[in-house]
Design a protein around this ligand. Structure first.
Ligand code: CMP
Length: 131
């Protein structure tokens, strides 16, 4: 996902260009504004965390870009491309180093496993929307 902060800052194009140049194929893509309830469902694994309210409020604060990306080693390569969750710890040249402001408003989300990538992809896209 490209998160609301990066969308508001006008960084959709820059981020998609980095994703393309890193060799990912776009399987599905959508521009949408999710509700707080939908954000709560998406981030259900974090519901006991102290930042759950803030996270779901933020993720429903404006439009996002959701996408399914394909590549060999996609999960680990995408996490390398986006950088550490906290942009202060992200390496130079990563998406979060370039475009994220804080651990809460950190520009992009990447799945942490193939299993969660499938769950998260199916949250946003039907089979008919995946190419
Ligand atoms: P993301 O990759 O979307 O997965 C969970 C998100 O929770 C994470 O990126 C951060 O944006 C957010 N998050 C993690 N830790 C904190 C924190 N301490 N305060 C606010 N948000 C956080």
């Amino acid at each position: 996902m490209i998160k609301p902060d990066a969308v508001r800052a006008g960084n959709i194009g820059n981020i998609l260009q980095m994703v393309n140049q890193a060799g990912f194929r776009i399987v599905a893509m959508k521009y949408l504004h999710i509700t707080k309830t939908q954000a709560e469902k998406f981030y259900e694994v974090h519901k006991e965390r102290p930042f759950y309210g803030e996270l779901t409020e933020f993720m429903s604060s404006g439009p996002i870009v959701a996408a399914i990306l394909e590549k060999d080693n996609a999960v680990s390569d995408f996490r390398k491309l986006i950088g550490a969750t906290n942009p202060a710890q992200a390496e130079e040249g990563t998406i979060r180093k370039l475009y994220a402001a804080s651990v809460g408003e950190n520009a992009v989300h990447g799945s942490d496993s193939d299993e969660n990538a499938a769950i998260e992809g199916n949250f946003f896209f039907s089979g008919l929307e995946q190419f």
